[in-house]
Each structure stands twice: as C-alpha cells, then as structure tokens.
Design a protein around this ligand. Structure first.
Ligand code: PGA
Length: 252
C-alpha cells in the first residue's frame, strides 16, 4: 500500500504569529480527526524549528520548502540538508516549479539536492510538471519523463524508495485552473509507467505520486479518488485551516 499524503506548501506567506496559529489550529484538527493521510506542512525556513516544536510530530510532519545543492560552506542564504537534520526536519520539497523558474534550477541541480537529502535520510517531495506551452504542444509526457529520469537516474537505487513525487502542471499552480481528474490520472499513470520501465514494478507501485495545482476543498475528493493519485501538494488552500482540513478529509 502506498502512503497517502496531503502536504501544504505555505511558500513565502504568513507572519510568524499567523504561521504558529495555523500550525496550532491544524494540529488541533488532525488530533481530533484521525486521517489515513500523512499530513505535511512546509513553512518558510526561519519558522521551521518553532513550528516543529508547536505541532505533534505524530500527527503532522514539518517539511522544508527547499534545500541547498551543496553540503556546506560559502553559499549565502542557503540551508543545507545537514542543518535541516540538525533541527529534526525529515522532509523537504525539491524541484518546485517556482524554484525552477525564478532560481533557474536545472534537473542536474535538483539531482544534487536529492543526493543531499538522501545523505541525511530526509524524505524528498520531488516536484515535476510541464508548462502551459509544453502541454499545448503535446509535450507533457516527454517533459515529465525527462524531469523524472534526469533527477532520479543519478541516485543510488536504494534511495529511490524514499522519494515522493508531486506532479504539478505549471499552468495549474496558483491559477485556479486545475487539471481535470482524468487529465491528472492519465499523467500520474504515465509517471508510474516511467518509474516501472526505469526502476522496476515494485518501485513504481510503491511510490506515492501527489497531484498539485489549485487543489481546493471542492475538487480534492474527485482528484484523490483517482487510482494513481496518492494525495496532494497544496499551496493557496493550505493557508486556511477550514480549507486545508477539508482537503485532508477528502482522502479516503
Ligand atoms: P496552488 O500551489 O495550490 O496554490 O496552486 C500548489 C503548489 O505550488 O505546490
């Protein structure tokens, strides 16, 4: 059985006070509404430690939004896997399309980041997804295949079982446009077939693949009901406990 996961990516939102409040409210919700899903929240890095201390780690996993590609040293502004590990963080998002776009992160950089996370046994939520023009040109299958293979093929085989994949079509992120459940299922099944061809059936069947891109309280249930969708990576709708709790409850 694959893990079901609902992850909230808070991005560069919320004051410290608001973040603590949201973490508390969510902790309260999850404590009273046990879910089959693993609930993950990814606050901005300077809040990680305080949020980690606020929530009950049996209920909520606190994740970093990114990690440095290098191990340590003169990389101003970056946060290493070792530093995350040193404050007890065991999950991190990597390869988010916003970082690919604004920080020009290549598949090769993302592969290095994955290596850093594996070295510290931090679970990566590894994001992939095509841009609008790539989907319109019918290149989405090709794009996600190369994103998956370029980042995962350089890894040690024994580490691959730790990866969670998040498929997030760039045209659906923060736009209010969601992939239809059929579109999402089609590409999730395809991603699983890419994993199967490259790394074998066991890995393909065991890897959780989340959908992301304008997931909300209204569309989550139908998306999560698809056989190859194992949960969601949620941006905007993870910032309000009323919405995010409905998305968690949509996991059956
Ligand atoms: P969104 O963001 O839910 O606001 O579209 C998703 C993401 O970027 O992870």
């Amino acid at each position: 059985m694959r893990n079901k996961i609902v992850a909230g990516n808070w991005k560069m939102n919320l004051s410290f006070e608001q973040a603590l409040q949201l973490a508390n409210d969510l902790n309260e919700y999850v404590a009273h509404h046990p879910s089959t899903a693993q609930v993950v929240i990814a606050p901005t890095s300077i809040y990680l430690q305080a949020i980690q201390e606020t929530v009950d780690n049996d209920y909520i996993t606190v994740a970093a939004q990114d990690v440095a590609a290098a191990e340590k040293g003169a990389y101003t502004g970056d946060v290493s896997a070792e530093q995350l590990d040193s404050i007890g963080i065991n999950c991190a998002i990597v390869g988010h399309s916003e970082r690919r776009a604004y920080q020009h992160e290549s598949d090769a950089i993302i592969a290095q980041k994955l290596e850093q996370l594996f070295a510290k046994e931090i679970t990566p939520i590894f994001c992939i997804g095509e841009k609008l023009e790539e989907r319109e040109a019918d290149k989405h299958f090709e794009v996600v295949k190369s994103q998956v293979l370029n980042a995962l093929q350089p890894q040690k085989v024994e580490n691959l079982t730790k990866v969670v994949i998040a498929y997030e079509p760039v045209w659906a992120i923060g736009t209010g446009k969601t992939a239809s459940p059929e579109q999402a299922q089609e590409i999730h099944a395809y991603i699983r077939s890419v994993l199967k061809d490259a790394f074998g059936e066991d890995l393909a069947n065991g890897t959780s693949i989340l959908y992301g891109g304008s997931v909300n309280a209204g569309n989550a249930e139908e998306l999560f009901a698809q056989p190859d969708i194992d949960g969601g990576l949620v941006g905007g709708a993870s910032l309000k406990v009323e919405d995010f709790s409905k998305i968690i409850a949509a996991i059956k």
